[in-house]
Ligand binder design. Structure first.
Ligand SMILES: Cc1cc2nc3c(=O)[nH]c(=O)nc-3n(C[C@H](O)[C@H](O)[C@H](O)COP(=O)(O)OP(=O)(O)OC[C@H]3O[C@@H](n4cnc5c(N)ncnc54)[C@H](O)[C@@H]3O)c2cc1C
Length: 360
C-alpha cells in the first residue's frame, strides 16, 4: 500500500485489541470485508492488563492452554484488620496472558491489519466514513471504534466515560500458585480503587488502580503510580505496565459508527475488568452491523438498536455498579472495615455471585 493512497473496505475497525480482533472475526464470517487499523507495531503489545477473567469468557471464546497461566477459585478482601474470604470451591476465573490471548485472536483472520496506523482524523458522512492515518486514508461503509480507553473515535463524536481511572501493575519473579486473588482497600492511598495481588503461577502480579494524581476525582488522595505500588508491597518488579480504565459508558452509536469495548467505557465499575462485557458487546454489534448492511441503513436511528442490545445484556450491571461505586468512593476506612465485617454474614450469598453479572 502506498502512503497517501485511498483504500476501501466494507468496514473499518480502529484498534486491533481483543474487542476489535474478535469483532473482525465475527464480521468476516458474514462475508464482509474488514480492515483493522492498529497504532502499534505488534498485536498484544505493549500490554496493560492483568487478564483475570471469569469463566464467562468460555461462553465467548474457548480457553487455550497457551494463554492460560493460572486458575483461581476465590479472593480475600482486606481493609485494615478486617477481611472477608470468598470462594467458589472450583475454578472461578483464569489468569490469562493478554499478549498471547490477543495474538491467538488474530490467528485465522483474513482481514488486513494495518500496523503502525494511528487513526488521526475521521469523517463520517452520507456516502461513507474515512480515516486518515500516517499510512494513508482508509474508507468504508461503517466505522467501529475499538480503540480503547483513549479512543480517537469516541473523542471525534464527543462521547466520554463518566470516570477515567488509572491502573499500574508490577510483576515479580516469585512463583505463586495460590488459589486466591488478594484485594486490599486503603483509602488514604486510593480513595476510589484498591491494591491487588494476583497469583500467576510462575510469577506474582501486584497492582493498584484509582483516580490519577492531579485529576478532579483525586483531590483527596495521593497519586496512583509505581512508587506508591512498590512502596506499599515492598517489591522490585521485573516488569511494569500501566493503562487507563474507563467506567460508565457515554453514547455508543453515531451515523455509520459504533463504539465497542473500552472505547465505549464498558468496564465493570467494581473491578475495572472489561473483557467479558467488551466481547459480549462485540457479538451484539456484529448482529446489528449485519442487519445494517442487509437493510442498507447506516443511520444513527437504525444503529441505536446496538445500544439497546448491550444495555439489555449488561446495562443494569453497569448502572448498579456505578451506584455502588459512588457509595464506595464516599466511605472512609472505618466504614469499609465495618462493611467487610458485616458482609461476613452474607458469605454464602456472596460466594454464589457471578463475577460479571452481580444483579439479576
Ligand atoms: C491495569 C489494568 C488491569 C486490567 N485488568 C483486567 C482484568 O484483569 N480483566 C479484565 O477483564 N480487564 C482488565 N482490564 C481492562 C482490559 O484491559 C480492557 O477492558 C480490554 O483491554 C479492552 O479491550 P479493547 O479491545 O476494547 O481495548 P484495548 O485492549 O485497549 O485495545 C485497543 C487497541 O486500539 C489501539 N489504538 C488505540 N488508539 C488507536 C488509534 N488512534 N488508532 C489506531 N489504533 C489505536 C491500541 O493500540 C490497542 O491495540 C485492565 C485494564 C488495566 C488498565
Amino acid at each position: 500500500m502506498l502512503r497517501g493512497s485511498v483504500e476501501k473496505s466494507d468496514i473499518l475497525v480502529v484498534g486491533a485489541g481483543p474487542v476489535g480482533l474478535y469483532l473482525a472475526g465475527l464480521l468476516e464470517k458474514s462475508g464482509r470485508t474488514v480492515r483493522l487499523l492498529e497504532e502499534h507495531g505488534e498485536i498484544g503489545r505493549p500490554g496493560h492488563c492483568s487478564g483475570l477473567v471469569s469463566r464467562n469468557l468460555d461462553l465467548l471464546i474457548r480457553p487455550r492452554k497457551e494463554w492460560v497461566e493460572h486458575e483461581v477459585s476465590g479472593s480475600v478482601i482486606r481493609a485494615g484488620s478486617s477481611s472477608i474470604r470468598l470462594t467458589k470451591g472450583r475454578t472461578a476465573a483464569r489468569v490469562i496472558d493478554r499478549s498471547r490471548f490477543d495474538a491467538s485472536l488474530k490467528e485465522g483472520l483474513e482481514s488486513e491489519i494495518v500496523l503502525g496506523a494511528r487513526a488521526e482524523r475521521l469523517h463520517a458522512g452520507n456516502s461513507g466514513v474515512s480515516v486518515k492515518t500516517g499510512k494513508g486514508v482508509f474508507k468504508a461503509d461503517m466505522l467501529l471504534g475499538c480503540d480503547g480507553a483513549s479512543s480517537a473515535v469516541a473523542r471525534h463524536f464527543g462521547s466520554r466515560p463518566r470516570r477515567l481511572l488509572m491502573g499500574v501493575i508490577g510483576i515479580t519473579r516469585q512463583e505463586n500458585h495460590s488459589k486466591n486473588v488478594e484485594i486490599t482497600i486503603d483509602k488514604a492511598r486510593s480513595r476510589d480503587g484498591f491494591f491487588w495481588k494476583i497469583p500467576r503461577g510462575r510469577t506474582t502480579e501486584y497492582g493498584l488502580f484509582g483516580s490519577m494524581a492531579g485529576s478532579r476525582q483525586s483531590r483527596l488522595q495521593s497519586g496512583i503510580d509505581f512508587l506508591e505500588l512498590e512502596g506499599f508491597f515492598r517489591i522490585k518488579p521485573v516488569e511494569r505496565k500501566a493503562g487507563l480504565i474507563p467506567m460508565g459508558p457515554g453514547k455508543t452509536y453515531f451515523p455509520r459508527t459504533l463504539l465497542v469495548g473500552d472505547a465505549a467505557g464498558m468496564s465493570k465499575p467494581w473491578s475495572g475488568g472489561g473483557l467479558v462485557y467488551g466481547l459480549t458487546a462485540a457479538r451484539i454489534a456484529a448482529n446489528v452491523i449485519e442487519q445494517a448492511f442487509q437493510e442498507g441503513d447506516f443511520s444513527e436511528g437504525f444503529l441505536a438498536r446496538y445500544e439497546k442490545g448491550w444495555k439489555k445484556a449488561f446495562g443494569n450491571q453497569l448502572h448498579a455498579g456505578m451506584l455502588g461505586r459512588g457509595i464506595f468512593e464516599n466511605l472512609g476506612d472505618f466504614e469499609i472495615r465495618m462493611a467487610l465485617r458485616g458482609m461476613r454474614i452474607f458469605s454464602p450469598l456472596l460466594n454464589g455471585l457471578d463475577m460479571d453479572f452481580l444483579v439479576r
